[in-house]
Design a protein around this ligand. Structure first.
Ligand code: FAD
Length: 291
């Protein structure tokens, strides 16, 4: 289907983009990679009167470590993350995640920032950002603000972003030594959204005690879920097979799946249990220096 007509703008600065969003109000939408927005427009599920294309704004396409964070600019695509040597060397959970987003054509366009801003609980990056404890930088008419990822997903396709705000940077705390993370997803076929998926990121301290743990769940609730009880079961403890089993069970209990074409509620809950066990185990292996 062809979308209804719209006016198109290609601003060359964040300030200009914010001005356009303000001028046209809620009828204006930000266009980034277009991998979620354009299908919605073609299906006429959304019909913005104005598109503010941010792709020509310079200076938003960086991946760098600075000030204790991995900083990822808003125009970094999935394929940039896949190719980044820094990401491949130090952020395997991000590599796991980006590798299972759609297919190569999607990954060439889709941005990490857009993946989060879309607020879709089926998207893969939100759970990973919850696991790593990410932070987002948004710039709007009132200036810049930082949003902890735990405050970002406010409802189904709803986020803490206000109209006129642009997500300019995604921040991941640089993991201390003896950290590891992993993302496990089950999809019906390559390129599909997750039936369920689990992200886990942990840091080991003295005597292999788990100092920090984050666990995020994909597509098993109206928003991405932070599995707090599962995290609590591991924090401050030595992680062994029994502890992983218990945490995986808790993660399953914290999920809120609904039956749909991808499976029944019970099936998805059990899937969370299995995937959580795998994600925590792999994160632990990686924290101990494994691949
Ligand atoms: C065939 C196909 C398969 C897919 N499979 C997956 C999958 O397996 N896993 C997955 O996670 N996703 C998948 N997606 C969805 C898509 O990849 C993501 O949602 C995408 O990353 C969105 O980013 P984008 O840059 O394309 O955003 P766009 O489509 O341009 O925008 C999406 C929304 O976010 C807003 N937005 C975008 N950037 C910003 C910004 N910087 N600041 C504020 N608001 C912004 C837009 O206004 C819009 O509302 C798939 C898409 C397709 C077409």
């Amino acid at each position: 289907m062809i979308p209804p007509s719209f006016d198109y703008y290609a601003p060359t600065s964040v300030k200009e983009a914010i001005g356009l969003l303000q001028k046209h109000g809620p009828d204006a939408m930000i266009l980034s990679g277009g991998m979620s927005l354009l299908p919605l427009m073609k299906l006429r599920l959304t019909s913005p009167g104005y598109l503010v294309d941010i792709n020509r704004i310079p200076g938003l396409d960086y991946i760098k470590e600075e000030g204790g964070f991995l900083r990822i600019g808003a125009l970094i695509r999935e394929s940039d993350l896949e190719k980044s040597e820094l990401v491949r060397a130090k952020y395997p959970i991000l590599v796991d995640t980006t590798a299972v987003v759609g297919d190569p054509l999607v990954r060439n366009r889709a941005t990490l920032a857009g993946n989060l801003a879309h607020g879709d609980p089926a998207n893969d990056h939100p759970a990973t950002m919850l696991a790593v404890g990410g932070e987002l930088v948004a710039v709007g008419p009132k200036g810049e603000r930082k949003i902890p990822i735990t405050d970002f997903f406010t409802g189904l396709f709803d986020t803490a972003l206000e109209h006129g705000e642009i997500l300019t940077e995604v921040r991941i705390p640089i993991p201390p030594p003896r950290s590891g993370g992993a993302y496990f997803k089950l999809e019906r076929k390559v390129g599909d959204f997750a039936t369920a998926a689990v992200a886990a990121q942990l840091t080991l301290g003295a005597n292999d005690v788990c100092e920090r743990i984050g666990i995020g769940l994909t597509n098993v609730g109206p928003t991405p879920i932070k599995a707090k009880r599962a995290e609590e079961a591991l924090r401050g403890k030595k992680i062994d097979g029994e502890a992983i089993k218990r945490a995986a069970q808790l993660a399953s209990e914290e999920s809120e799946p609904k039956e749909d074409l991808r499976g029944s509620e019970a099936y998805k809950r059990d899937l969370v249990r299995v995937l959580a066990g795998r994600a925590i185990s792999r994160a632990l292996e990686r924290a101990r220096g494994g691949k």
